[in-house]
Structures are given as structure tokens and as C-alpha cells.
Design a protein around this ligand. Sequence first.
Ligand code: 5AD
Ligand code: SF4
Length: 447
Amino acid sequence: MPKKRLYIKTFGCQMNENDSEKVFLLLADEYELTSHPEEANLILINTCSVREKPQHKVYSEVGRYKELKKRKKNLVLGIMGCVAQQEGEKLLDRLPYIDLILGTQGFYFIKEALKTLEKEKKPVIITELKPHFIPPLVLSNNTSFSSERVTAFVTIMQGCDNFCSYCIVPYVRGREISRPPEDILKEVETLVKSGVKEVTLLGQNVNSYGKKEKDFPDFAELLRMISEIEGLWRIRFTTSHPKDLSEKLIQEIAENPKVCKHLHLPLQAGSNRILKKMNRKYTKEEYLAKVERLRSLIPQIALTTDLIVGFPGETEEDFKETLEMLETIRYHEIFSFKYSDRPFTLAKGLSEKISEEVKERRLAEVHRVQEKITQEIYQSYVGKEVEVLVEGLSKKSSSFLTGRTTTNVIVNFSSPRLDLKGALVKVFIEEAGKHSLKGRYLETVKI
Ligand code: 5AD
Ligand code: SF4
């Protein structure tokens, strides 16, 4: 029988990308992927609700398929991910033509949901969040979803117990659940067998991996276990909560040659008053002490962060402290957002909301300060040799290769050979761009 066609559109974070791949793998015996929604039998939209903006994008995306649904009687339209989890049945009020609503655990039951839909001919909604849900092991064959990649994501835990006051994640992803280490190892081994050289371990708060389970390794131990897999060259991970960044983990990053020298360590705000209102459970002094410790053991480590501007009650003084932290810490890159109210969260109920105009201005200011720092840091790579894991041809120019340094900086480089995908090479950096470096191939380290 010819396979049916599946179109998946993914919004949001890397975990969503990973979930989309899993959904595809669960359906792979019956479906093949298409990049044209018009020819799909099944359209899945994997949604994000972490901020207001991405959630709005979801509604306009779904709206695009209304006409198509009318024309194609058998087309199945499904919404998965965080908005599906957040809104559940309510989505049908606004978008009555949806067939499937699968939450952040519910998508694992896509096959059952499709069967029920066929039988009952009415929308199927799965949004239960079980606190002890163990996600089934879904192994990747690394060919059909993204062709023969060198890097891959591996979700090691789901959910979050931290309840930062602005954040919807604990409500839409549920309580923190760590996947069994055997499953994680099996998943990484399978990926490595299919040619993957670098994995990024995903979780809302990877630093607390295993803490709730009796016989699980902690995160530093898990890193060590994964790094023992032969053929795996690099390990990255995200996201780390500063309060759970332990001395043991800092030492593991320092000592384990496979662990990349980059840490995404969301600061969110630079003022202790705001950090407290955000329920982040660290002060800026504690954060700075961890940065200092990291840099004393791993001088070359690159740091990146997430920042929120315009949290309720944020004064000009508070905001200045955020800017000062940027100057003090000197991140490689930052991801900054204007605060937006999210359903269920504590911050939504706070008074002293900041005007759009002020948020806009503060965001622009943050960008201006950081742009200069990023430029200076990127400039400091010029004239140096770096090691790059080649991910393929550069998107901008097919006569260039592209990859990243251990510090997670994108490098595009010229090379006499272009068939080096998957190799670790030395590159001489000649130029710094806004968000990448440019260089030329020197030699192959490993292939
Ligand atoms: N408003 C703005 N930014 C937010 N983030 C999370 N919730 C909100 C919100 N309500 C940002 C945080 C987080 C990133 C993924 O999104 O910086 O680290
Ligand atoms: Fe949200 Fe805080 Fe959990 Fe991150 S740690 S997912 S910001 S609640």
C-alpha cells in the first residue's frame, strides 16, 4: 500500500522539534513526510505557548488550513504541544474543524487517537498529564525526518517543578519526570550508530535530572555515562537552572572532553528584587559566583542566557542592573523577551504592569548593549584556530561548509573538499559576522 502523507509544522523550542520527530517515527510505517500541506492526509501543528507571541502565531497557522479542510474531506488536522495542552477542548470553540488535540504527553498516543477518530468521527482530545508518565522509547532511524544529520536532540526529562512566577511550562508540561538512564543510553547509541556525532540533551531543568528517583544517576553522572558511548564525540545540554548548577557538574564539564564548553544559564533579570518576584531562587551574587567558578575551571567556556525585560514592577533601577550584568558577565549571545502575561501564572495577577512602550525600549537597549559585546567576543576569535564539527554545506553558499565550535559559535568556512560532513576539522578564523564566524579549512582532526 502506498504511504499516506504527513505534514508537520513545529513552533517553539528544541523539545518541540524532538517531539515532532517522535510523532513522525510513531507513524512512520503508514506515513511519509511531505513539505506541502496541500498534499497531506494528516497535518499536525506542534505548538508553543511560552510567550504570547508564539501562541498567536499558532492560531493564524491553524486558520490557514480551514479552506483545505473544507475541500479535502479526509484530511485530518491535529494540534499538539503546549497550546493543545493549555487550551484542550476550548480550542474547538475557536477552531471547530480540528480533529485531534494532543497534549504534551498525549501525542505519544497518536496512533490510538487516529483509530478512535476513524471510528467515532468526532474530535479526539488527549490532555491528561500523569505525574509518573514514562515516555515510551521511540528510536530514530536518522534518515527520514532530517536527512543523515550529524547532530541530534535527546529529551532526558520533561516538565518542571520550579514555578517561576512568569512561566507557563509547569502547567503545560507537568511535573518534572526524568527518563530512565537505560532508555537515554539506548537512544543515544542508536543515533550514534546512524552517524550522529553530537547530541544535545534536553530538559526544562537538566541540572535536576534524576533527583526525584531513587536509583537514578544525577546529571553529572549521566553525562559521564553517555560520554562513554564510543563514536559519540560531543555532548551539549540545555537548559540549566542556575540554582541547581552544582560543583560536581561544573567539574564534569571541565574534565569531560566530550562535554562542549558552552553553558546556557538563564539569568532572566539582574536585580535581586525582580529575581525574587520571579521566584528564581538565586540572587545575582550567587549567579555571579557560579559564573566565576565556571570560568576559573574552564576559562574558554561560552555562556548564553535568556532575559525577560519589563517584568511587572521592574523599575529603571532594576533594569539598569540587568544591563550591568550583561557588561559584567559578557555572554556570547542572549535571548531576550518582553514580559507577557501567561495563563495560570502568578505574575499574571501582579499589579504594576509595564507599558508596551517601555518594554520595547528596554528590549532595544538590551540588544544594543549585547550586540557590542557579541561583536567583541566574535572578533576575538579572528586569527585563531578552532575545532568545528561539520554539519554540512552552508545555507548561504554551497561552496562553504558549516558547523559549530565547542563554544557553540557557528562557523562557515571554505574548504578544498566539501565532502566533510560529520568530520571534526580545524578551521582558521578570518572574519567575524554578526552571528557567525567565517574562516578556512586547515586540517581534519577526526573523520
Ligand atoms: N514572558 C516573557 N518571556 C517569558 N519566558 C518564559 N515565560 C515568559 C513570559 N511570560 C522566557 C524566559 C524563558 C524562555 C524560554 O522564555 O526567558 O527562559
Ligand atoms: Fe519555566 Fe522556570 Fe521551569 Fe524554566 S525553570 S521551565 S522558566 S518554571
